[in-house]
Design a binder for this molecule. Structure first.
Ligand code: WTA
Length: 647
C-alpha cells in the first residue's frame, strides 16, 4: 500500500462546495446535532409533507428497525423530474450513447423524460400495477431502463432490477422471491456488437415464475421475438394509447422504492430493500458532495443499471439534482480501448465514475489509446466497486486526468444506498488506494475479532456504529435475516463484511471482504452461489469455491470440484462445468479455474477449511503458508490438492 499524498490543489479548495475545514465542520455537526442536521439536509428534496423527525433507528434486538423521516411524504419520480420542469424543463436530462459509435445518440430533456415516464406509468397501471406491487426490470442499458425505474416510483410500485447478464434461471429465482406480477424488458440488448436475447430469456424464466402475468416489451433492436397474446405488450403500441400525464402517487418516506438482489456469504441472494425518502436524500447528497457536482455538469456513471451504482448514480442521485446524466449502452473497450475517452470528448463529460477493473483492463492496452483523445472536459474522476490498486489510481490520475482531476474512490455497498467513505474534491487530500474519510453522519469503527473498538491507527473489521439515511431497511420477505446477517456478529453495530485499516491521519483503507463474498470485476458474488450451481450438475458430488488475485478482474473464481464415484475427470467435463455455471447464473460467474479434487480439506466436524483452499488457489503452497493442517480429518488431501493445482 502506498502512502503517497496528493494535497487538495489550491484552485480546488478556493471554489469547491466544501473545503477542508468546511467538510470537518459539516461532519462534526452531522454527528453532534444529527436531528437538526438531517432535517435541514432533507430540505434539498421536495416534500408533499415535510418530515418533522429524522433518525428513529435502532440496531438493538429489542426495538430493532431502520427508520428515517417517517412522517414525511414525497414522490421520488416527482423529485427527479417534475420539480425541475419549471426551471430546466428544456435542459437535457439523459444523453444516451449507443453501443456502436456509428449509431444515433438519443437525448431527452426533462420535459421529454416526464412524458416518457408518465406514459410508461400509465401503461403499467393499465397492466394492473398498483402501489406496492413488485415489477421486475430486465433491461439493456437504454433510456427506457431509466424510464422504467421512474415510472414504478411514480405509481408507488416497487422495482426489482435484474442485471441483463443474468440467466433465465437466476431471473426466475428473483421473480419468484418477490412475487413480481409484471416484467419490463426489451426484445434484445446490445453489447460490444453482440445481441443478448432478453425477451427469450424472460420467456424461459416465466416457465418457472407463474406469478408474472404481464410483460412489457421495449423494441430496442427490432430482433424477432415471440409475443404471447394476452400477456405480452409492446411498449410503443401501448404508450401511444395512454395519457401523457400521470400524477405522482404520494408516498410515505418509508414506503419501499426498490428491491435489489445481492450476494451474501450464505444462501440465496438477498432482496435488499430501500425506501423512498432516506434513500433519495442519500443518493442526491452524496452525488453532490463526493463529486462536487455543479448545475450544468455532464455526468457519466459508467455502471450498469442492474447494480446499485447504476440505481444511485445513473438515475436517482443525478436526476434528483437536475443533472445531465449520460447512459452508455456498450462496454469501455469496444470497438477499441479508446472508446470510453472518445465518449468523454463527444459529450464533453465533466465527471466519470467507473470501476477499477475497467481501468486495469484499459491500462494494459497502453497509453496511445488515451493520447488519441483530449479529455479536456474532465474535472473529477470517480471509482467504485472494489479496492483500487495504487498503480491503477496513479494511471487514472496522471494519464487520464493529466494530474488535473481529483480521484474520488468511493467505498460503499448495495446495502448502504450510496457512498459512505469517500473524498470530496475540494476538501480531501488524497492517498492512492484509500477511500479516505466518512460522509456526513457515517460513524465507521474498526473492531477486533471480539468486537472491541480499536482506536487510532489499526486494522480489523469495518462496522458502522449508527444508522444513516440511505441504509437498507430489510431483506425482502425476511426481516429476521436482515437482523441476523448484519447486526449479530457485533451486536448493536452494522457489520459491513469488509476489513479495513485506519492510518494515523484517520484515513480508511478497505482491505477487502472478510467473509465468503468475492468481488469479480466489481461484481459481487457469493462463493456459495457458485457452489450451489456446481453441485446441481449430475457429475458433481461436492464443490468449494474461493477467490484468488487476478490482474484485471481483481479477483477470479477458483472452484474445487469432487466428482461422483463413477465419474472420470476430463477436459470436456471441465468445459461442461464452466458452461453449466454460466447457464445457471450468468457469464459473470464463469469460473477461471476448475480443479478436480478427490477430497476437500475438512475438519473432523466436516467443515471445509477454506483458508487452505484460498492459499492453494493463490499459489502459496509452502508448508508455512498452508499453516497447521493437523486438525484436518485427512491431512493427506492437501498434498493432492497442491499437486493438482490449476495455474
Ligand atoms: C467492495 C458496490 C474497496 C466492498 C457499490 C463492498 C470496495 C462491496 C469499494 C460492495 C471501494 C465497493 N474500495 N472496496 N471503493 N467499493 N467495494 O454491493 O467489498 O456491489 O463490501 O456495491 O464492494 O459491493 P456492492
Amino acid at each position: 500500500m502506498s502512502d503517497d499524498f496528493f494535497p487538495v490543489p489550491s484552485q480546488w479548495a478556493a471554489q469547491a462546495l466544501l473545503d477542508r475545514e468546511g467538510r470537518a465542520a459539516d461532519y462534526a455537526r452531522s454527528i453532534e446535532d444529527a436531528d437538526a442536521y438531517w432535517l435541514e439536509r432533507a430540505q434539498r428534496l421536495d416534500w408533499i409533507t415535510p418530515p418533522t423527525k429524522a433518525d428513529e433507528s435502532s440496531f438493538h434486538e429489542a426495538d430493532f428497525g431502520v427508520k428515517w423521516f417517517a412522517d414525511g411524504e414525497l414522490n421520488v419520480s416527482a423529485n427527479c423530474i417534475d420539480r425541475h420542469l419549471a426551471e430546466r424543463g428544456d435542459q437535457i436530462a439523459i444523453i444516451w450513447e449507443p453501443d456502436s459509435p456509428d449509431a444515433d445518440v438519443r437525448r431527452y430533456t426533462y420535459k421529454q423524460v416526464h412524458e416518457e415516464v408518465c406514459r410508461l406509468a400509465n401503461v403499467l397501471k393499465d397492466a394492473g400495477a398498483r402501489k406496492g406491487d413488485r415489477i421486475t426490470v430486465y433491461m439493456p442499458m437504454i433510456p427506457e431502463a431509466a424510464f422504467a425505474l421512474l415510472a414504478c416510483a411514480r405509481i408507488g410500485a416497487i422495482h426489482s432490477v435484474v442485471f441483463g447478464g443474468f440467466s433465465p434461471e437466476a431471473l426466475a429465482g428473483r421473480l419468484v422471491d418477490c412475487d413480481s406480477t409484471i416484467v419490463i424488458t426489451a426484445d434484445e440488448g446490445r453489447r460490444a456488437g453482440k445481441t443478448v436475447p432478453l425477451k427469450a430469456n424472460v420467456d424461459a424464466a416465466l416457465a418457472e415464475a407463474p406469478c408474472v402475468n404481464k410483460v412489457v416489451v421495449v423494441q430496442a433492436t427490432g430482433g424477432a421475438v415471440q409475443m404471447r397474446e394476452g400477456r405480452d405488450i409492446w411498449l410503443h403500441e401501448a404508450a401511444a394509447q395512454v395519457s401523457a400525464d400521470c400524477p405522482p402517487e404520494p408516498m410515505n418516506a418509508e414506503d419501499p422504492l426498490f428491491i435489489l438482489y445481492t450476494s451474501g456469504s450464505t444462501g440465496k441472494p438477498k432482496g435488499v430493500l430501500h425506501t423512498s425518502g432516506g434513500y433519495l436524500l442519500w443518493a442526491s447528497l452524496t452525488h453532490e458532495l463526493c463529486f462536487d457536482y455543479r448545475p450544468g455538469d455532464v455526468w457519466w456513471c459508467a455502471a450498469d443499471i442492474g447494480w446499485v451504482t447504476g440505481h444511485s448514480y445513473i438515475v436517482y442521485g443525478p436526476l434528483a439534482n437536475g443533472a445531465t446524466t449520460l447512459m452508455y449502452e456498450g462496454v469501455p473497450n469496444w470497438p477499441t480501448p479508446a472508446r470510453i475517452w472518445e465518449v468523454v470528448d463527444k459529450h464533453q463529460v465533466h465527471t466519470i465514475f467507473t470501476a477499477p477493473t475497467a481501468l486495469r483492463a484499459l491500462m494494459k492496452e497502453g497509453d496511445d489509446y488515451v493520447h488519441s483523445t483530449s479529455r479536456a472536459s474532465l474535472r473529477v474522476l470517480g471509482t467504485v466497486g472494489e479496492p483500487i490498486n495504487p498503480e491503477a489510481w496513479r494511471w487514472y490520475h496522471s494519464v487520464i486526468g493529466e494530474g488535473r482531476c481529483p480521484i474520488i474512490d468511493t467505498w460503499w455497498q448495495t446495502e448502504t444506498g450510496g457512498a459512505m467513505i469517500a473524498p470530496m474534491p475540494g476538501a480531501t487530500d488524497l492517498k492512492p488506494g484509500s477511500a479516505t474519510l466518512p460522509m456526513p453522519g457515517v460513524i465507521p469503527q474498526i473492531l477486533d475479532g471480539d468486537g472491541a473498538v480499536q482506536e487510532g491507527a489499526t486494522e480489523g473489521n469495518l462496522v458502522i456504529a449508527g444508522s444513516w439515511p440511505g441504509q437498507m431497511r430489510t431483506v425482502w420477505g425476511d426481516h429476521d435475516r436482515f437482523f441476523q446477517t448484519y447486526f449479530t456478529t457485533f451486536p448493536g453495530k452494522y457489520t459491513t463484511g469488509d476489513g479495513a485499516r485506519r492510518d494515523a491521519d484517520g484515513y480508511y483503507w478497505i482491505t477487502g471482504r472478510v467473509d465468503d463474498v468475492i468481488n469479480v470485476s466489481g461484481h459481487r458474488m457469493g462463493t456459495a452461489e457458485v457452489e450451489s450451481a456446481l453441485v446441481l450438475h449430475e457429475s458433481v458430488a461436492e464443490a468449494a469455491v474461493v477467490g484468488f488475485p487476478h490482474d484485471i478482474k481483481g479477483q477470479g473464481i477458483y472452484a474445487y470440484v469432487t466428482l461422483n464415484a463413477n465419474e472420470e475427470p476430463s477436459d470436456d467435463l471441465r468445459k461442461d462445468l464452466v458452461k453449466w455455471v454460466r447457464t445457471e447464473i450468468g457469464p459473470i460467474a464463469t469460473p477461471d479455474a476448475i480443479q478436480f479434487a478427490p477430497g476437500l480439506p475438512k475438519t473432523r466436524s466436516g467443515k471445509i477449511m477454506r483458508r487452505i483452499l484460498r492459499k492453494i488457489a493463490e499459489g502459496e503452497v509452502s508448508a508455512q503458508a498452508l499453516g497447521d493442517v493437523s486438525t484436518l480429518a485427512d491431512p493427506s488431501v492437501v498434498d493432492n490438492l497442491v499437486a493438482n493445482r490449476q495455474g
